[in-house]
Design a protein around this ligand. Sequence first.
Ligand SMILES: [Zn+2]
Length: 476
Amino acid sequence: MRAARLARMSSTPTPTPSLEGHLAESQAARLASLEEFLRIPSISGIHEYAGDVRAAAGWLADAMRSAGIENVSIEETGGHPVVYGDWLHADGGPTVLIYGHYDVQPVDPLEEWASPPFEPVIRDGRILGRGAADDKGQVHAHVMAAGAVLATRGSLPINVRYLFEGEEESASIHLHDWLVAHRDRVPADVAIISDSGFFDDNLPAITVGLRGLMYAQIDVTGSPGDLHSGSYGGAVQNPINALAQIITALKGPDGRIRIPGFYDAVVPLTDDERAEIAALPFDDEAYRQTIGVPALVGEAGYPTLERRATRPTLDVNGIWGGFQGEGTKTIIPARAHAKVSCRLVVDQDPDAIFAALRDFVADIAPPGVTVTVQDLGGGRASRTSHDHPVAQAAARALEATFGAAPLFIWEGGSIPVSASFESVLGVPVVLLGFTQPNENAHAPNEWLLLDNYEGAIRAIARTFDEIASIRDGGAD
Ligand SMILES: [Zn+2]
């Protein structure tokens, strides 16, 4: 079939269409395809949608095959499947592993959507619908980019593997183990994760750092049941007072975390990195007003942008115990509990941080109560140097496409797979995403700017060429 097409092409004066010509010609079909993808309600976190998640995997696999991606398979993980595909004919060239996810967040509160979440609409240059930005629009852009390059040139300039997950919005429960079991099947030189976005008012950006997480629960138990505070007050420890003492001891008024050893593994930013962050367009007062808080606070000695993305934190996420009803009830409660989490940075190990917290809590626990600390899981931080040749290749592609050199930014949140790629596959990660900061991901009325979607396709194609030129020594 390919030979027949080539023969036909060589006998006609029509030249091979340029990538741009092909993309212009196929735009309407491409948008219709994106809308079809967005119509599948692939909510991974709600059990009733499991069939839809699988339908989205099947839809994606078909789209990848149509684009010319090979060896496409739907891989079982024990949960929602991973969709794999590759194109590996750039002999001797580098191999890039591309990651995105085809599952989406739930849609509640439904009444706040201006149009139904799974009936995408195009309005004011935006496509609106659940998953438009996070992350189906970006996954679709990758498939369309490969399809356009293959359709116009017959080959890709580099080797590419695709790994599209169906559980990112439900904590990537099975992906890490799948990677451990299949690491030999997905060797790569570098991973590109497209599940992030631009900065501020749609300024092109590449994310170079993500924080990790440690999550724990502290349980404090006194007597088997609540006690009368008149009969027993003054004779026994109060679990809520004890918990308050423990929590107060975890962090000082200067915002420094007081758990011994907490900061030992932290790799400080370089002077260049700090300068880069300081140069980002960011205004503390405007930020404060957007959040609606009376003041910004945090660890002394670090500016806000560093505190919210490059420094580790400790926060109480919830606290409960004792009497909370109307009126009064004079008791000494039997129990008190708190959920505590830390955002971590490179090279903090979540297990080591949990152990340090547990040991410190044991040391400072007041007498008269039993205190236990449970590990509720976590993940490691990740960090890429902006000097990495693939980060630089992506930066050149973004600048050529969007007309502005990208900013290198840090995100305070986590993408669990990023650390897994680094630890299981041993590959560096470049976070190349195309959404806007206020795109309503996880919220009602999620949207993606069509210019960014179309730009993403072109920037991805250019990134492939830029990576290939590193191999040729054309750029470094
Ligand atoms: Zn996402």
